[in-house]
Design a protein around this ligand. Structure first.
Ligand code: NA7
Length: 547
């Protein structure tokens, strides 16, 4: 080891999928001394905080897992087709216990600042208990959607009822029985929680800003036969396929084009996809619905017709029809009984585009034209995604350069992994990588392995520091923008673009080039000796230079 004396070889922030996997790899494969700081009192990350009713993952359960242990893959049995939040949390707790990870995790400890110390080439990390620890490497496993967005609506502090954000849900749960409830927001969290809350509450009013496309998940218990006969014996191949796929799952995008079939054939294919449910509706129907507006229109219109056929009240249908953006330009949603819920007598829907919220009062919510009384308000209003959680920490690189300033025009990274002038700072699924456009564990593990390999390489070379070259970073940022500009993602106001946060720069943050192509680039860069990365001097070079 070069001559750096620190408390730890690496400090990892967060004990979700990313932090747990990173800790395991650095400790078990590289033998490093690692400390994880986690603000919660247990592992889980996203799945620790998002405990709202109906919370579950949209990836199918068999593919939502770590792959580093074949025994773990074989032993763990999911019970649902999609993994539900309580079970994902149990899975991550199991991983922490099984691999004895807790002993290196300090819970209930929030990282408040991390400053690069040029004198000693290490990170000084300050936590909310007032302690400071040093480490050669700083690795963020803080997640992409972990800082809740509570809109700045006047009067919230005066509300006498209870209010909750889906991403910071009370651990003891919320009893909606006999209550008048408001849900603001119809993204993934709203679409998942609205049907469940509607069943419990006396009355539910949904406040919708953007009408959504959502596809039935066809959730149910896991298909044991499929799991035992097709998945377990073939796990390695399935995961390898996922690693090189577009979205980090083992399902290929069909090559069929919507423009090449008759209307009748198209409808039959959409119907079959609708019956299968989930994201396979998109992957399995036509390749061009994600790239070509005319083809996309056929799928969008198919879903609008499903809404028209499902929802009985024509006035409700009007509000629920997504007309202002194409399918897939915001995050594709999957649901259980979402549109059906609007047929219930105890559910009302407010279209905020026509009747915006003016204020929150002591007793409820006032829109421009109506006053509503509520006992509970649920904010399903999403997150300051991808960058918000970084900005909650005071991160400073060389010369005290603040990450906030480096990213003032939107996040700038090389490969979503590192930032110029922030040596030895790594991000797992940072902006500029496929991250939120993929099945997260696959992208997370790719970064974990890649970061660990790079650190191992540095140790072999005997160098202390690594950071991206400014030009390599600028080129990558340009490439991320170029790829995004060719997609339909630019056609909607989405959190991918920062559009949900007032004042946030409008920059498409994840990399839309696909998990497999992205992985290929990362492999090529590593194999070529980490092109675009600038390594500090080795101990030998320093000695030769008299330093
Ligand atoms: P999302 O997908 O960001 O959804 C947030 C919802 O809240 C969405 O319908 C927003 O409308 C709405 N919203 C946001 N701000 C406001 C204000 N000020 N007033 C009214 N409505 C508002 O967050 P989720 O938690 O549902 O999902 C996040 C991710 O978690 C999800 O994509 C998965 O990756 C898992 P908008 O569409 O912006 O008009």
């Amino acid at each position: 080891m070069p001559g750096i004396r620190t408390d730890y070889d690496a400090i990892v922030i967060g004990a979700g999928f990313s932090g747990l996997g990173m800790l395991w790899r650095l400790r078990e494969e590289l033998g490093l001394n690692v400390r994880v700081f986690e603000r919660g009192d247990d592992v889980g990350g996203t799945w620790y905080w998002n405990r709202y009713p109906g919370a579950r993952c949209d990836s199918e359960s068999y593919i939502y897992c770590f792959s580093f242990s074949e025994d773990l893959l074989q032993d763990w049995n999911w019970s649902g087709k999609y993994p539900e939040q309580p079970e994902i949390l149990r899975y991550l707790q199991h991983v922490a216990d099984r691999f004895d990870l807790r002993r290196d995790i300090q819970f209930e400890t929030r990282v408040t600042a991390a400053h690069w110390d040029e004198e000693t080439s290490c990170w000084r990390v300050t936590t909310d208990d007032g302690e400071t620890a040093t480490a050669q490497h700083l690795i963020s496993g803080i997640g992409c959607i972990s800082t809740g967005n509570i809109p700045d609506i006047p009067g919230l502090e005066s509300f006498r009822g209870a209010w909750h954000h889906t991403g910071a849900w009370p651990h003891e749960g919320v009893d909606f029985t006999g209550k008048r409830v408001a849900v603001i927001g119809t993204g993934s969290s709203g679409v998942q929680s609205i049907p469940v809350i509607a069943e419990q509450a006396e009355h539910l009013t949904v406040f919708q800003r953007t009408a959504q496309y959502t596809i039935p998940a066809r959730h149910g218990t896991v298909d044991r036969k499929f799991l035992e006969e097709q998945v377990k014996p073939n796990y390695a191949e399935i995961l390898e396929k996922a690693r090189w796929s577009a979205g980090g799952i083992d399902v290929d995008f069909t090559e069929r084009l919507a423009s090449e079939v008759t209307e009748e054939e198209r409808r039959a294919i959409y119907e079959a996809g609708w019956e299968t449910g989930g994201h396979r509706f998109i992957f399995g129907s036509f390749r061009d619905i994600t790239t070509d507006l005319d083809s996309n229109f056929t799928a969008s219109e198919f879903i609008r017709n499903k809404i028209r056929a499902t929802v009985k009240d024509p006035a409700m249908v009007e509000k629920l029809l997504p007309l202002d953006h194409p399918l897939g330009s915001k995050r594709a949603l999957i649901d259980t009984n979402y549109f059906e819920t609007y047929n219930r007598d105890n559910v009302a829907l407010v279209d905020l585009k026509k009747d915006p919220i003016v204020r929150i009062t002591e007793t409820g919510i006032d829109t421009e034209s109506e006053q509503f009384d509520f006992d509970i308000i649920v904010f399903a209003t999403g997150f300051d995604a991808m960058t918000g959680s970084f900005f909650r920490m005071d991160i400073r690189g060389e010369g005290g350069y603040e990450l906030k300033d480096a990213w003032a025009e939107g996040p700038k990274t090389y490969l979503g992994l590192q930032v110029d002038r922030f040596p030895n700072f790594f991000m797992i699924t940072g902006p500029g990588s496929p991250s939120v456009l993929s099945n997260m564990p696959v992208s997370i593990e790719q970064h974990i392995e890649w970061i660990a390999d790079l650190i191992a390489d540095m140790r072999e070379r005997g160098v202390d520091t690594v950071q991206p070259e400014a030009k390599a970073q600028a080129d990558w940022v340009q490439h991320v923008n170029d790829v995004a500009s060719q997609t339909l993602y630019m056609q909607a106001n989405s959190w991918y673009l920062g559009a949900n946060i007032p004042g946030k720069p409008r920059v498409f943050m994840p990399y839309a080039g696909g998990v497999g192509p992205y992985r290929q680039k990362c492999v090529e860069i590593a194999e070529a000796g980490y092109t675009g990365f600038d390594f500090g001097e080795s101990a030998e070079e320093r000695l030769a230079g008299g330093g």
